[in-house]
Design a protein around this ligand. Structure first.
Ligand SMILES: [Fe+2]
Ligand SMILES: [Fe+2]
Length: 322
């Protein structure tokens, strides 16, 4: 009986190990260096936009002059890089934490997760470097509000099921943004564009590993623990939305301070609103709408749980997609 069970599960184990091995192989093949491959002695081109219109929504502010739209896109691009640096703190810690399960076990899976963590440490260093380079070419007064360690502590206080779900969502939308908006826009700073090309190459492996680990965690849990995971995921999305509200407000204030002219109260209100809408679009709506994420989530939750998630997301999505 025991032998039969063992034999029937063996191919599945081998298949899973093979998926981790494929990630290691890709990670080695595309590995890049911040200075040598990405920056290559270049600076940002401040005559060009950073974040494409499809993500920044700046074109909706029709009263802005082209140079003001460009400045607003650069502010959003700087925040975009900082948001990745922010979430990569908690992602790296969580990946190290779950790697513990493999210390005395599957060494291939362990290597895949160690490489994943190493890449997220490198990405954080790159995004810190980019913020300094952006600061050199932008007027003073920009401020990135959320603190990586505070956010990481709050996120990591939630169940692993929820944290891995959020992580898969983030790593999938990173790729979707590059493919759908960044790659095809010829009017973006070349360096800014390259940063997200190289980032995307390594994120592709991360998303595969997130899904494997999320499903593994899911299989380990009782129905009650999974249900708590759904509540935690809803709370995490609300916390992210709180961060976005704070940073959208800070970025709108910075823009109004440095845009070089004054706006009517209605225009100021519109700038605040479009920034929050754009951030909700970038960091929440595009992830939820990513087909792979929707597919995995649907496979892991009950229809009633899906309904709860849908109701919690509705007001945010309604604003982001308006
Ligand atoms: Fe990353
Ligand atoms: Fe990643």
């Amino acid at each position: 009986m025991h032998a039969a069970t063992h034999e029937s599960t063996l191919p599945a184990v081998r298949q899973t190990t093979q998926r981790y091995a494929t990630c290691i192989e890709a990670s080695k093949r595309i590995r890049w260096d911040i200075e040598r491959d990405v920056i290559r002695g270049r600076q940002f081109d401040f005559e060009k936009k950073f974040l494409p219109d499809g993500l920044s929504k700046v074109a909706e502010l029709t009263f802005l002059r082209p140079v003001e739209m460009r400045f607003l896109s650069q502010i959003q691009g700087r925040t975009y890089a900082n948001i990745f640096g922010l979430v990569e703190r908690y992602i790296g810690i969580k990946t190290l934490e779950i790697s513990r399960d493999y210390w005395f076990g599957d060494q291939v899976a362990l290597e895949a997760l160690v490489r994943f963590t190493d890449e997220e440490l490198k990405h954080q260093a790159m995004f810190r470097r980019l913020d300094q380079m952006a600061a050199a070419g932008m007027p003073a007064g920009y401020s990135f509000k959320p603190q990586p360690n505070e956010v990481a502590s709050a996120v990591l206080s939630k169940s692993t099921w929820a944290v891995l779900g959020l992580t898969l969502d983030i790593e999938l939308f990173t790729q979707a943004h590059y493919r759908s908006s960044i790659e095809s826009d010829a009017n973006l700073s070349e360096l800014w564009k390259d940063v997200f090309l190289f980032h995307w190459k390594e994120e592709s492996q991360h998303a595969i590993l997130d899904e494997l680990e999320w499903r593994r965690e899911h299989a380990r849990l009782t129905d009650m623990e999974r249900d708590r995971g759904v509540d935690d995921l809803i709370e995490l999305v609300a916390a992210i939305d709180g961060i976005l509200q704070m940073q959208a407000g800070a970025d709108a204030d910075y823009f109004l301070l440095r845009a070089g002219r004054s706006y009517s109260p209605a225009e100021e209100k519109a700038i605040h609103d479009v920034l929050l809408k754009a951030y909700r679009w970038q960091y929440i709506a595009t992830g939820v709408q990513e087909p792979r994420f929707a597919e995995v989530l649907k496979a892991l939750v009950t229809p009633a749980q899906m309904d709860r998630i849908g109701k919690a997301l509705a007001p945010i999505l309604e604003h982001a997609c308006r």
